[in-house]
Design a protein around this ligand. Sequence first.
Ligand SMILES: Cc1ncc(COP(=O)(O)O)c(C=O)c1O
Length: 406
Amino acid sequence: MACHGHWKSWKDLCPFNMETKAGDPGAFAHFDLNRVPSPAFVVDEVAVRRNLEILADVKRRSGAKVLLALKAFSMWSLAPLIDEFLDGCCASGLWEARLAKEHYRGPISTYSPAYKADDLAELCQISEHITFNNPEQIERWKIKYNQNDIFDTCELGLRINPEIALGETEKYDPSQLHSRLGFPISQMRSEHFQHLSGIHCHNLCEQGFDALERTWAKIEPIIAPHYNDLKWINLGGGHHITRDDYDREALVDFLKHLKAKSRCEIYLEPGEAVALDAGILVGEILDVFNNGMPVGITDISATCHMPDVIEAPYRPAMLGEQPEGTAIRLGGPSCLAGDIIGDYILPDEPHVGQRIAFLDQAHYSMVKTNTFNGVPLPSIWLWNSESDALKCVKTFDWTAFQDRLS
Ligand SMILES: Cc1ncc(COP(=O)(O)O)c(C=O)c1O
């Protein structure tokens, strides 16, 4: 590929990356990037509230319960806002469950592919639902805690694997071949419903209602004969409910009918949908040079601040990007050769000191940051796009790096 001059579209530059499904700048289109130090996450609480209102409307009309998946969005300074709209949190293990207990009001539903004994004892005290990955785990823990009443205060669930791969990327598809996540539905027998209060199924990633419908069609024949044995059905996360093109009417209808026919409480546990298009990551260009094409080093690192960019991989949308202009490859300050954020087309000549921002970074970026190479962590800011109030929620100094090591 020719590597200089002007490009028509970033897709000419990197045609193989996933595209973000969100990436609407919303009110950030008018946010002055110089108002915060760099790098910084800025979350618009108005956008989070808008997402929560949509989820609360689905709840109200369908009778389903909606939990926040902390793995996606653990910005606990917004817990009071989340508590206004959602029913509780889902946790991936002890630390997330503790965070939920400490900061959020509602009940906690915990699922982990496997548990350690000490963690499980505490988890049973603070979780309303504990979901196991296979029936053998339940048997094993029941035997181990035979004399004990640790399961008396929480309800047991089993995560099933529906064995229907519908994801765009195998890495994010729980139904991938030889998956570690959930008990294969093809192995499910009547006796496996013993001891269970609930069934858990998480199979989606950034998907619309059709994927939920197809997943449910696959598992319903196995679950339906046992509706009477169950108290709840948890349909996991990955539902992009707050995206404009999500068929929410169909979802409400589906949830309402499922609740009526199963007489179970129905749970959804979205993460991304809570914080969709609600935050940006602001950075600065530290250097620009030419190596066959303009290359820019930024104080945002893909590997430290947006690891999904490399893991997925995907190309985060940039605030204010134009279809035509000057192409530049942007990457972080770390030593990793692959610490590349992506190729972008900037309206003007890129220059040192220029502020940039990547869209839709409130979820799965903030929770995944790390200090590889001693790269500083972005500070966290809360903005109200209606009142224009801007508040620093958290800054990190170099001790954040020091304290993780010894
Ligand atoms: C068990 C479980 N629940 C909920 C979620 C949240 O998914 P999302 O953030 O895509 O809505 C995930 C994501 O991986 C998950 O594994």
